[in-house]
Write a protein that binds this ligand. Sequence first.
Ligand SMILES: Cc1ncc(COP(=O)(O)O)c(C=O)c1O
Length: 411
Amino acid sequence: MKNRIDDLAIFGTKPAFSEKLYVGRPNPCNFQHLIERITDIFNRCWFTNNGIYVQELERKIAEMIGVKHCIAMCNGTVALEIAIRAVGLSGEVIVPSFTFIATVHALQWQKITPVFCDIDPDTHNIDPVQIEQIITPRTTGIIGVHTWGRACDVDVLEALSEKHNLKLLFDASHAFHCSYKGKMIGQFGNAEIFSFHATKFFNTFEGGAVTTNDDDLAKKIRLMKNFGFSGYDNVVSIGTNGKLNEVSAAMGITLMENLNEFIKGNLGNYNQYHRELDNIPGIRLIEYDESEKCNYQYIVLEIDEKVTQINRDQLIEILHAENVLARRYFYPGCHKMEPYRSFFPNAGLLLPETEQLVKNVMTLPTGMAIGKSDIIQICHILRFAVKHGSDLNDRMRLVKKNKNQQGSHAE
Ligand SMILES: Cc1ncc(COP(=O)(O)O)c(C=O)c1O
């Protein structure tokens, strides 16, 4: 345990962990079951094009969610692009800036203007009050993002989209196996989009899906993801290649066997973090509503620098030196990234909560690779760093200043 400032690895001592601890490290599936499925794929020599494993995965996910259609895709970004096109979005679409850049790129890629909306600081999700203020005659839709797996205010967004005749999509990339008011996420709006990227709670190496209860929309999306082919040699509309391959689908089916175990592991870690972080002034762990289904994939902290006297980036630097690869999230906000920063240089004026959150938020490692003693150590380092926040802040600034001076002398 680190008990003196000089014990911290940032000042040159041994890190607390000999191996790096990652945010978003994939959970292991039953490797034997995966190999059996992959062997079968090779024996049958059918690798893609709506194979039996893709069909099985789609069926299993649709059943789990309680939705009529699940269309598997090669990744979440292409799933977003196809869903956006299939529901007919154009002109302007309202989207939070506090999201992964793919949510926004998927619009701009199709020459649709993203209009950035602020978030509710309590939920970190799109702020329905602001949505109404930024609707214009060019607005055709809203994309909500269920950030951290905590559902958007679905009822309000559905009412708003109905009132203004807008399409409604949800980016549910974080929200596999999560619920809203007891109903599984994946059945709301016109369609919902999942990412099955390797860093997600549920992964197919790369992959994603669109889920919907709309039969016509599902048909359109299926055509679009397969070049518009409706049968041999018969292309009936424009399309692209959004297909998931069989090995990825086999990975998904195999991981689904262990979902409950992963949730149990994540919940145990979350509860442990909750206990260990209790009463550290200036650090808030975001909470999950335990009356809902939740995957507990993200351990999210907000740092109040005025209280801790040490800022989020300094805390991350301290943790990284100890081999705890804590991460900023969605930094610096999509509106601050290109091309949006150049398109809308003043967007930040309407996004005060987003601008605040991107400076304060960080995530910590969890998942099956993280144990109770790891969490105790990580939280001890954080508690210690905050206890000595002001001293550490001074010392880290001094070290940086000296390094910069040495650098400029060397030039
Ligand atoms: C909120 C969000 N949207 C979209 C994506 C894009 O998904 P993918 O990486 O599968 O293309 C991700 C993750 O990568 C995400 O976190």
